[in-house]
Design a protein around this ligand. Structure first.
Ligand SMILES: [Zn+2]
Ligand SMILES: [Zn+2]
Length: 152
């Protein structure tokens, strides 16, 4: 887990001024990957109780624009943020509970950026979301048989 000093260095390297809300937001997103804005505000308020919604929105926007955070928005879901940037990884999304998980691309170092026909677009990002049900929502094998027994 990166420390406050690491977050400060990341901000400086991205030519952003180091402020407490920026450090707190970076830290919250590292701790809660794929969190939505409300969850991030909740986490930030554990260290900065008085921070406003608007301040957190603004910081998320600035950090995303600077490439320190990545914003994803699965269809029908709220925007979510993660600190794992630059590797163009993909996501698994559960249709039932909305859980989101990372999935590395199967092959290649710049996965999926080579479209079969780019139609003149300059491509800088490829987004793949695999939709389905997470283990907890799948009807198949029960996730925690011991717990089920305990409830009987
Ligand atoms: Zn689920
Ligand atoms: Zn991710």
């Amino acid at each position: 887990m990166p420390t406050t000093a690491d977050f400060e260095r990341m901000l400086r390297e991205a030519a952003l001024r180091v402020t407490r809300p920026r450090v707190a937001v970076l830290s919250a997103v590292h701790e809660h990957p794929h969190a939505d804005t409300e969850s991030i505000i909740g986490a930030v308020r554990e260290t900065l109780p008085k921070v406003s919604h608007q301040a957190v929105y603004d910081v998320l926007k600035a950090l995303t624009a600077a490439g320190l955070l990545r914003r994803i928005q699965p269809m029908g879901s709220l925007a979510r943020y993660e600190a794992r940037v630059g590797d163009n990884h993909h996501h698994l999304a559960c249709r039932s509970c909305g859980a989101v998980a990372d999935v590395d691309c199967a092959v290649g170092s710049a996965p999926c950026l080579t479209a079969s026909d780019a139609r003149g677009f300059t491509i800088d990002e490829a987004e793949v979301i695999y939709w389905g049900l997470c283990p907890g929502c799948s009807p198949g094998e029960p996730e925690a048989p011991d717990e089920a027994k305990g409830n009987q």
